[in-house]
Design a protein around this ligand. Structure first.
Ligand SMILES: [Zn+2]
Length: 331
């Protein structure tokens, strides 16, 4: 018989599914702020994995993934435990905004939190000590910030074996490695404290984008399969690029303000020196061309078509000739 799964919100015996709400703070009215949580505890022993969404309250693709994942697995098919935190940041989610309202704090820069500090720190502490820290592994789901879009990719601290394993098993084409090692995100805080966790980035805020949602659900199945928790499909992408986030990627920025005319598409490869966009003044008399500093894959791209000096227009990761050929063959 497998183990009862214990966490800050209670105990779930093997073979059971529990849908519950876990209190993380209180509103001005003194009412509880609670996150919806599903625990699926398998009939057989195995690791525990959390899947979390909407720590940035307007990033909805992950909420749909969590919704699908929570309904997909039956305890009789599972060895180990799946803990789904459907909405990590309820105040942001209710306001449909990225940050915690009132103080405009980024909950995903507040982990692992502190029980005697700010509202964001206390909320993070409740989430970390009550939920995430009880798991062996984690997958935290994100989208691009409002006004931008991102191709499907994974971020991981691949110097940790567990995180490297998850990043590989998830099956994304692009992995940003060594990114934000102490940024107080869910990913870095959990990884550095013994719960290796990856971040998945996909698409735009304020949307359910079906292809991304399905791919992320398949990635989670692949992770569970790799960990021996489920008998499913283990993904292996046709090409894969692990990028050193310090040296092999760049945010390409405009040096002028104005209207942006984009010349490239998300997930395409641009040549070093090629025009990424042209920024026009409103009179149509001046233009400023933003060029790729190196040959790279367009991972992130501006959507809101205005810019000012310093505005990021394109997130570019370098690719070698071999990867480039594989990307072009696959598209
Ligand atoms: Zn996010």
């Amino acid at each position: 018989m497998a183990d009862t799964f214990e966490y800050g919100g209670g105990r779930v015996p093997p073979g059971e599914v529990r849908h519950t709400r876990y209190a993380i703070s209180e509103t001005f009215l003194g009412d509880p702020i609670r996150v919806p949580v599903t625990v699926v505890n398998g009939e057989r022993d195995g690791p525990s994995v959390f899947v979390s969404a909407a720590v940035h309250g307007d990033e909805l693709n992950g909420v749909k993934v969590a919704h699908d994942v929570a309904a997909r697995y039956d305890p009789s098919d599972l060895a180990g435990t799946l803990l789904v935190v459907h909405v990590v940041n309820p105040p942001g989610y209710l306001a449909q905004q990225r940050y915690l309202p009132i103080y405009d704090q980024d909950l995903n820069r507040s982990f692992p939190g502190n029980e005697r500090s700010t509202p964001a720190q206390r909320i993070a502490n409740e989430l970390y000590t009550g939920l995430f820290s009880w798991c062996d592994y984690g997958v935290d789901l994100h989208t691009s910030t409002r006004g931008r879009t991102t191709m499907f990719h994974v971020r991981a601290q691949t110097e940790h074996d567990g995180a490297a394993r998850l990043a590989e098993a998830f099956g994304a084409n692009v992995v940003l490695a060594g990114i934000g090692e102490e940024d107080n995100s869910i990913r870095s805080s959990c990884t550095n404290r013994g719960t290796p966790t990856i971040t998945v980035e996909m698409g735009e805020a304020h949307r359910f984008q079906r292809p991304h949602v399905e791919r992320a659900s398949a990635g989670i199945e692949s992770v569970l399969t790799d960990l021996g928790m489920y008998d499913g499909e283990r993904l292996s992408p046709t090409w894969r690029r692990v990028v050193n986030a310090r040296t092999e990627k760049a945010w390409v920025r405009s040096d002028a303000g104005g209207l942006v005319d984009l010349h490239v598409e998300r997930a395409s490869v641009v040549e070093g020196g090629e025009a990424i966009c042209t920024v026009h003044d409103h009179f149509g008399t001046e233009e400023h061309v933003v060029r790729a500093p190196f040959t790279g894959l367009v991972v992130g791209l501006l959507q809101n078509p205005v810019a000012q000096p310093g505005h990021p227009v394109c997130h570019l990761v370098s690719v070698d000739e071999e990867t480039r050929a594989a990307i072009e063959a696959a598209s």
